[in-house]
Ligand binder design. Sequence first.
Ligand code: TA6
Length: 287
Amino acid sequence: MNIHHLPTVSVLSDYVSICELDNLRVIRVIHPKATALISLFGGHVISFQPAGKHDLLWMSTKADLSGQTALRGGIPVCWPWFGKAENPSHGFARTSEWSLQEHRENDDGVIVSLTLKSNEETLAIWPHAFHLVLQIEITERLNVSLITTNKDDKAFNYGGALHTYINIDDIIKTRIEGVGEQYLSMGEVYTQQNAVTFTEEVDRIYIQAEPSTKIFQQSTDEIIYIENTGNNAVVVWNPWKEIAKNMADMPDDGYQTMVCVESCIHDRSVEVLPNQSHCLSTEISIK
Ligand code: TA6
């Protein structure tokens, strides 16, 4: 995505401005170390391109940019649950309007912080008072940290994911390492010995993943690293042909150049006590 020509709404600093992307208000970062685009709708990182490299995030050319439904690609923030545990699927954070809290910058990069607080609408869906901060650090690497604070007078449990869509050259020539041996798929536990490769749909919750997941591609010696904290699983997803064809917001061949590697809390297994916080993060880099 070429982020340089988007209409500018306001300039916030040498490196940060607010722009329009169709119906979305987006924060554009153009820094010597990297560029990035972040939508306030969904608190969604749409693009991250380290200097001299390609965009590490895959974004669907058919994504719905109306601000009505979740964006296909980038890093959807799934919260306070993962998957179809309840309605809406993957929670409401990815379709909520976030606020810009602050931005800071130096020679190494830019930090943008967004917030989302409980309100009447969220309380009707999920009856807990909360305060979320999404801290997005754009340097040679992209670090996204989601800090959940309990503002209620009783504990709550939450789950979710930083549902990262990674740009790849060819799914058939892609290999993923570091996810561990055991995974859940359709509620069943499976064991696998080797790296993950793709010849059909893969939708797996790896429950013994290492802190660092690596994506290898035959077309390059460079490795994409995804380093997670605060998670209890890494989800790997590629919809493959049939599902992609049936998705209105993905081109038919879209599945060939994307793979999701997600820093995930499955089963709403993190308990947060009143006035306490928990951080779920993911860091993406290429070397
Ligand atoms: O993280 C994998 C997954 O839960 C898949 O099961 C698949 O449905 C995907 O997320 C996308 O979900 P979405 O609600 O964005 O269509």
